[in-house]
Design a protein around this ligand. Structure first.
Ligand code: PLP
Length: 456
């Protein structure tokens, strides 16, 4: 069968998400409240609906995808599995390079895979409004689209620098009917406090999370949504890997190595976990499978962080989670892959990495964009800066295959297109992009502020 573009019919879309917790040898460490005791469902219930909380805690292997969610998924799912034949030729490699293309969604990335069910479960719970934060705008535009699909109002706190730099992402959200405010804003206690200390604050993801959570916690008709990190988000993203497995079955192939960019870990978990399930089930074809998370060397959470309990946001508003972290007050350098500038990582990805079931590699910014450019010039699709990280690592593996004469099958997650990131490409083309050294001192100093309970 021709494997240039492997498609599934609409009716072949998965009917269930896969929950990796069912196959983990040790149960995940629970999120902790401010007193160091496990966070109670009541605490979390102030900002999340019951069905999302159930998914967050569930150990069931298969969780049904509601029919109403599948109806919206049909706008762009199943997404194609494609073979990068021209890139293979350009690299003169015996490796076969496949990618799962998530840029075909309305928002242009994998993020709607979770935004749609999150909006649905909130509407089912009688919620009228959603809040969220966004940095570069991928998550904010996804939840704006999803809210519109289910008749919910959406308010987005957008990090102030991005609000200025990414007017088209802001306009996308407004086109889908959302209200967008530059964060820090005058609308919340957190925003007002920060503005009183620093009226010119450029904002940060941590501040924007605090504002969105504060508003949701204070209003009964409003809930909060998060675009990565939490178990339920990774669960929703497994639709990527489940489809990819069916597509590989169609062409009688199976990957040897899977690469994905890793920010909060949702798209990486989403593509990798369904394949890890085969490993857990003792399937022979998965014996040698490797799954590699790719992160920026300027924000090397898995490769240089500590495995410890830490806050999910900068202000210490969220429960504590056991994860690889660079410290919640670590301020990563201003690289162009905004979606990978997060101090922590998904607790599920963190634990599986800690247990040796996943691998991680960090790549520098300039080489990452070079890989994105090579991909665009051979395959046509202009990748998001985050996705370029996976492409870099895939190309490096394909070149090793060339040296060793190994015809491996490689799969990477092309998590989004880069149409709203052209200013980064402009800098690349003008030779103005730079690498940031791994900020060892900054990481050491923020790790010194990890919550005290790690010492006990
Ligand atoms: C295109 C794209 N890829 C990857 C990521 C990283 O997020 P995650 O690790 O949750 O998939 C982002 C985050 O914004 C993104 O926009």
């Amino acid at each position: 069968m021709d494997d240039a573009r492997v498609m599934l019919e609409t009716h072949e879309m998965p009917t269930h998400w896969y929950n990796v917790v069912a196959d983990m040898s040790t149960p995940p460490s629970p999120p902790l409240g401010p007193d160091g005791n496990p966070a109670t469902p009541e605490q979390m219930g102030a900002i999340f609906p019951g069905q999302i909380l159930e998914q967050e805690m569930s150990a069931e292997r298969w969780i049904p995808i509601p029919e109403a969610v599948r109806e919206v998924y049909k706008i762009w799912r199943p997404s194609p599995l494609m073979r990068a034949v021209r890139l293979e030729k350009a690299l003169d490699t015996p490796a076969r390079i496949y990618f799962k293309y998530e840029g075909v969604s309305p928002a242009g990335s994998h993020k709607p895979n979770s935004a749609v069910p999150q909006a649905y479960y909130n509407r089912e719970a009688g919620i009228r409004r959603l809040t969220t934060e966004t940095g570069a705008g991928q998550w904010g535009s996804s939840i704006s689209f999803a809210g519109q699909m289910f008749g919910l109002e959406v308010r987005v706190y957008m990090v102030k620098v991005s609000y200025g730099q990414k007017p088209y992402r802001r306009l996308m959200m407004q086109t889908w009917g959302a209200e967008v405010f530059a964060s820090p804003s005058e609308l919340t206690e957190t925003g007002r406090r920060i503005l009183s200390q620093d009226p010119d604050s450029p904002g940060s993801l941590g501040i924007a999370i605090s504002e969105a959570v504060e508003e949701a916690a204070g209003r009964a008709d409003t809930n909060y949504t998060l675009g990565s990190v939490l178990n339920h988000v990774l669960l929703h993203q497994t639709v990527i890997g489940l489809e990819a497995k069916k597509q590989f079955d169609k062409i009688g192939a199976y990957p040897d190595v899977i690469f994905g960019p890793c920010g909060g870990g949702s798209s990486f978990g989403g593509i990798a976990f369904p394949f890890l399930a085969d490993k857990a089930a003792g399937e022979k074809r998965a014996e040698g499978l490797r799954c590699v998370a790719v992160e920026p060397s300027s924000c090397p959470t898995l490769t240089k962080g500590a495995y410890a309990y830490d806050f999910g946001d900068a202000s210490g508003f969220t429960p504590l989670m056991k994860m690889y972290t660079l410290g919640h007050d670590f301020m990563p350098p201003g690289i162009h892959a905004g979606g990978l500038r997060y101090h922590g990582d998904s607790p599920l990805v963190s634990q599986l990495y800690h247990e040796g079931l996943l691998e991680a590699v960090a790549v520098p910014q300039v080489e990452t964009f070079e890989a994105g450019l090579l991909f665009a010039r051979n395959e046509g699709i202009i990748p998001a800066p985050e996705s370029c990280h996976a492409i870099r690592a895939t190309i490096d593996e394909a070149l090793r295959c060339r040296e060793r004469g190994e015809p491996k099958t490689l799969l990477f997650n092309l998590t989004g297109h880069g149409h709203f990131d052209m200013s980064a490409y402009e800098r690349m083309l003008a030779g103005q992009l730079e690498n940031f050294d791994y900020p060892a001192e900054a990481i050491a100093s923020s790790l010194a502020h990890l919550p005290k309970l790690n010492e006990g």
